[in-house]
Design a protein around this ligand. Structure first.
Ligand code: GTP
Ligand code: MG
Length: 253
């Protein structure tokens, strides 16, 4: 399911096109058809250059905090979160939410919107065919989500992404460790936590080129940490020249 709560949608731009064509038919001010169409196409291609659209895939185990991270990224509460009941995850189906952040950054000397397409997922393992259907042009950023207070889970996270995307996955990945409030309560610092972390988590943290972020949902992080996360994600994608990773559909996980 895909919802576009952001400010710009494909529907809005096609409506603009129709309106411009229509006003041209009624124009009596001497502008030739060719001039008007050429001006429109320049405007249109300028507009297209000013939007960077990135596919962002959330991956993690049951109750890792994936949907909460998705909410932080889009700066909202549209992804449903909550405790699982009778061992069943709250998120049982893939869900895509798009949000546009107008004039978010500058690119090639011009202001550009950032359009995030965030894909929330059921717990691991992911379904290659579904990921491919939702992102036929590939995934720009992989957001791996794990809990600080349950470090013995998620051991298969790295295996899953490697099988799904091949060895290049690490250049597109960042790791988010949720439930950071538990660290505070235990008197641990994030840096100390990582050096003490279980083998698989320490290894994963050293592999992800996008680095590690700690999140605490007991703070107001959808609005505050969301911005920091988006910045980090954008920097990572820029390092890859906004190239997307293709999904391997010939694997079974
Ligand atoms: N204390 C605390 N609770 C958190 C944090 N992040 C998420 N939670 C809570 O943990 C529960 C699970 O969070 P979700 O974001 O729904 O996790 P999920 O991985 O999407 O869960 P499923 O879809 O059920 O697999 C929810 O009740 C959240 O409110 C955090 O940083 N600290
Ligand atoms: Mg969820």
């Amino acid at each position: 399911m895909e919802i576009s709560p952001g400010n710009v949608s494909p529907l809005a731009s096609s409506a603009t096109i129709q309106q411009m064509d229509h006003s041209h038919e009624r124009s009596h001010h001497g502008n030739s058809l060719v001039n008007i169409l050429s001006r429109w196409s320049h405007q249109h291609s300028d507009d297209e250059q000013k939007v960077l659209a990135l596919n962002v895939l959330l991956l993690g185990n049951r109750q890792s905090g994936r949907s909460s991270v998705g909410n932080a990224l889009i700066g909202g509460h549209e992804f449903q979160t909550g405790a699982c009941i009778s061992g069943v995850s709250v998120t049982t189906e893939y869900r895509v939410l798009s949000r546009n952040f107008p004039r978010y950054f500058r690119r090639q000397g011009a202001e550009s919107d950032l359009m995030l397409r965030v894909i929330d997922t059921p717990p691991l393992p992911p379904c290659p065919q579904t990921v491919h259907e939702l992102c036929p042009e590939g995934v720009h950023v992989l957001v791996l989500v794990a809990r600080t207070d349950l470090p013995h889970e998620n051991i298969h996270l790295e295996q899953c992404v490697e099988s799904l995307f091949g060895p290049d996955w690490r250049h597109h990945a960042l790791l988010i460790l949720t439930h950071a409030d538990h660290l505070k309560k235990a008197g641990l610092r994030p840096s100390g936590y990582l050096t003490e972390a279980t083998d698989w988590l320490g290894t994963l943290a050293s592999k992800v080129v996008g680095g590690v972020s700690f999140l605490d949902s007991s703070c107001d992080w959808p609005s505050i940490s969301g911005r920091l996360l988006r910045d980090r994600l954008l920097r990572l994608s820029a390092r890859n020249h906004h190239r997307a990773l293709n999904v391997r559909t010939d694997v079974s996980l």
